[in-house]
Design a binder for this molecule. Structure first.
Ligand code: SF4
Length: 339
């Protein structure tokens, strides 16, 4: 809830002051079992930093994180002791299947390690049975043929399936998937998204799906959040955000994306969803007011002076923009219990 992250940059020159990069400001995310939330934005928007804070790879500079209604202790004496227990529930799948597996270890090693670390298997026989079961859950079959293979003997899609199986080995409740298909061959992107969809539905996993591709967000995630320059600018049910985008930045993202209704075409060309006009501003000294105002075609004088508040434009669909300063008529959100 309302988490912030600044990265200090210390100057070695006594005449140049140290500065900090305001990478994430006031980000709020709730994740739910059996549901995916997509975090969409350009490179440098802060979406990976948010995921790394949720994974506790980075600690927030300020703000509160809750898991199962309890505050996550990321500062003070209890921070280290709670880390291992927390990480068991929250696993990451990274973008690059080629660097996420250690080339000197085989599949058995990669999957048995989290099983042992988290105490899910003790004897050699238990480990083997569970590794085979994990391989079947990610549709690497016959599993017996994959268990002794090394990363260089696997295709990119097979490596990503092993990386997903490794995340599942910890028996997490939440999976943070950081651009899990963007480095894969176009012919297998949809297969991996379908695998993640099956795991989400059948195993009731909560997903945070990080992507720059707004169309695959719609395909996989029930909810979409759009980030710009470290801030969340729009969010809501994916269909609504993509069919009726309100924030000018979301509109810009969609204007350069292939047709989001044609999922196969979009996933085949998923790397093209990058706005062509302007760049994300420096986060050392971000623009005042609305951070999008230097690029916004609708900017008004107030936009550079004040930060727009969150406005609900329809049930569950909100944005931060002065173009929508009237709250929606029906602002009641559907109630779910977040993880
Ligand atoms: Fe554009 Fe102003 Fe809305 Fe920001 S607040 S997106 S500058 S209209």
């Amino acid at each position: 809830e309302h988490i912030y992250k600044e990265f200090p940059i210390h100057s070695m020159n006594p005449f140049t002051p140290s500065v900090s990069v305001k990478a994430v400001e006031d980000a709020s995310i709730a994740l739910y079992p059996g549901r995916a939330t997509a975090l969409v934005g350009e490179s440098g928007s802060g979406k990976t930093t948010v995921a790394r804070m949720l994974a506790r790879i980075y600690d927030p500079t300020a703000g509160t994180m809750r898991f199962r209604d309890e505050e996550v202790k990321y500062k003070g004496r209890r921070a280290a002791s709670s880390l291992r227990a927390y990480r068991r529930h929250i696993q990451m799948v990274f973008q690059d299947p080629f660097s996420s597996l250690n080339p000197v270890h085989n599949v058995r090693y990669h999957l048995s390690r989290p099983l042992r670390v988290h105490g899910h298997a003790k004897t050699e026989q238990e480990v083997t049975e569970q590794v085979l079961s994990l391989l079947r859950r990610v549709s690497l079959s016959p599993a017996e043929q994959f268990i002794e293979k090394f990363p260089h003997q696997l295709s990119g899609g097979q490596r990503q399936r092993v990386a997903i199986a490794r995340a599942l080995a910890a028996r997490p409740e939440v999976v943070l998937a950081d651009e899990p298909v963007s480095m894969l061959d176009v012919s297998i992107r949809l297969d991996i998204l379908n695998l993640l969809t099956r795991l989400k539905d059948e195993e009731q996993l909560a997903f945070l799906f990080i992507t720059h591709d707004i169309a695959s967000a719609r395909y996989f995630a029930e909810d979409t959040l759009v980030m710009y320059a470290g801030q969340m600018v729009e969010g809501g049910p994916s269909d609504e955000v993509i069919q009726t985008p309100k924030h000018p930045y979301t509109q810009l993202l969609l204007s350069v994306a292939p047709d989001p209704d044609r999922v196969q075409q979009v996933i085949d060309h998923g790397n093209t969803a990058v706005p062509t006009r302007g760049e994300i501003p420096s986060l050392i000294k971000p623009p005042t007011g609305c951070r999008f105002h230097p690029r916004c075609p609708h900017a008004m004088p107030i936009c550079s002076e004040q930060k727009p508040a969150r406005t609900e434009v329809s049930p569950g669909h909100w944005t931060h923009c002065f173009l929508y300063d009237q709250p929606g008529e029906n602002s009641q959100q559907q109630q779910r219990t977040p993880i």
